[in-house]
Design a protein around this ligand. Structure first.
Ligand SMILES: *Cc1c(COP(=O)(O)O)cnc(C)c1O
Length: 468
């Protein structure tokens, strides 16, 4: 039996063509409207109803990227991307993913591809030093880092470990988990998927940070009602406004009451590569687990979510199930990490490659310079907005997110967000808090420079209604 396959020479030729296509895309992305003007079904209408029966030439497939795919792409790599948070992408990271695909290994055990495990453990240990995380979190110590698909997965996993650890003490129906009202939706989803029915949303202060006395009260009420508090999440850099919860105060309460303390720094974790931001993570030595996304602001393509535990034993205990076909001498020696026991799935991609490429190709100094540039651009924009009587800032800008609203309220704020997007030059995210609509401007796309933020300001200035 034989089937037609590309020769290595064909792969080489098509591979160069695909890289050329990506380079051309990156060169012209700034000229494209950030958000595509398409209606539901537009792309599917261009596709044949059935999959091809016969092999098609790659030239035709590649050409269809321009015809079929590009018109429906939202350009996250546009320098006018100010929506949500940025998503990391950089040439070294793209190549790291390509090499990972080229090797095509599945590193669920050390033995199933030793280099995949060891490179991952090593770059995760590097990050402990680069971000000023507790030394005990290194794989060479009691803790350890592992790359997960997403921060949502990491938070879900932390909840599962917290639940498993207390399984002899209480039924899941009687367990309680806590997070602030401003916590990411993945906290609610992770808690639900982990089976928790009691989730307490703790109030925040006027800077959107969790109020520790309110947490303490809630824990007290649950204990008095016979429930078992098992976990609390603090957020460093919330999604809405990049607010920072008091990690130390939450950690102290967690210790006192035996709660698993998970810290979600999905977006802001990257900033910790600059020592001047580390005051925001004071108290991390009191955390049990921590997640940040190199795939947001650290130049690394999705998926790459960095997750650490202070003590790997409860994680492995919760995740390890050993069928006979996965037994092997290396695992039994106890000298290796088997990352299948650090995550829910068995299979895993060689994601450490792209992170390794990024850390080496930019160097810590390069990443620091990028972060500082974005933060400086954000603070400059916040100052301009603050100085204009038409606008008020919603929250401080500790990192590179600017949040503001029109003093006229919801209507002019929402109109401005829509008008900005309609220009095709920029993309922002409308959001809401208790006071109403506001606009989030997240600066952090790799190629965003001062001229792009200046242009955003020009558009804001021109499109915002005057004060009535
Ligand atoms: C973006 C974000 C998440 C979710 O990240 P995913 O990797 O997409 O799951 C979680 N928490 C915070 C604070 C975020 O900003």
């Amino acid at each position: 039996m034989s089937f037609p396959d590309w020769t290595v020479e064909e792969f080489r030729r098509h591979g160069y063509a695909a890289i050329d296509w990506i380079c051309d895309y990156l060169e012209r992305v700034e000229e494209l409207p950030v958000v595509p003007k398409v209606a539901p079904g537009d792309l599917r209408a261009l596709l044949p109803e059935r999959a091809p029966e016969e092999a098609e030439p790659f030239e035709e497939i590649l050409a269809d990227l321009d015809r079929v795919v590009l018109p429906g792409i939202t350009h996250w790599q546009h320098p006018g991307w100010f929506a949500y948070f940025p998503t990391g992408a950089s040439p070294p990271s793209i190549l790291g993913d390509l090499v990972s695909s080229g090797l095509g290994v599945v590193g669920f055990l050390w033995a199933s591809s030793p280099a995949a495990t060891e490179l991952e453990a090593h770059v995760m240990d590097w990050l402990v030093d680069l971000l000023g995380l507790p030394q005990g979190w290194k794989t060479t110590d009691r803790g350890g880092g592992v790359i997960q698909v997403s921060a949502s997965d990491a938070t879900h996993l932390a909840f599962v470990v917290a639940r498993h650890r207390r399984r002899d003490v209480a039924a899941v129906e009687d367990m309680v988990v806590y997070a602030s009202e401003e916590a990411h939706s993945s906290v609610a989803k992770g808690a639900r998927v982990a089976g928790f029915t009691h989730v307490r949303w703790i109030p925040v202060d006027d800077r959107f940070a969790l109020v520790p006395t309110a947490l303490e009260e809630a824990i007290g009420e649950d204990l008095a009602a016979g429930r078992t508090p098992v976990a609390v999440v603090s957020t460093v850099g919330t999604t809405g406004t990049t607010a920072v919860d008091p990690v130390r105060a939450v950690g102290e309460l967690a210790r006192r009451h035996g709660l698993w303390h998970h810290v979600d720094a999905a977006y802001a974790g990257t900033a910790m590569i600059c020592p001047e931001f580390r005051g925001h993570q004071d108290g991390l030595e009191l955390a049990d687990s921590y997640v940040f996304n190199p795939h947001k602001w650290m130049l690394t393509n999705f998926d790459c979510s960095a997750f650490w535990v202070a003590d790997r034993a409860p994680l492995i205990e919760a995740m390890s199930i050993l069928p006979p076909y996965l037994r092997n001498r290396a695992s039994e020696s106890g000298e290796v990490i088997d990352y299948r026991d650090w995550q829910v799935p068995l299979g895993r991609r060689f994601r450490a490659l792209k992170l390794w490429f990024v850390l080496r190709a930019y160097g810590a100094a390069g990443i620091r310079a990028m972060v500082r540039h974005h933060v400086e651009l954000a603070r400059g924009l916040a100052e301009r907005l603050d100085a204009d009587p038409r606008f008020t800032l919603v929250a401080p800008t500790p990192f590179a997110l600017v949040t503001f609203r029109h003093v006229g309220g919801d209507a002019p704020t929402e109109a401005l967000a829509a008008a900005l997007d309609d220009t095709g030059e920029v993309h922002v995210t409308p959001s809401r808090d208790a006071e109403g609509a506001f606009i989030r401007v997240a600066i952090g796309q790799r190629t965003t420079r001062a001229r792009h933020v200046d242009r955003l300001w020009e558009l804001v200035d021109a499109l915002a209604e005057p004060v009535r």
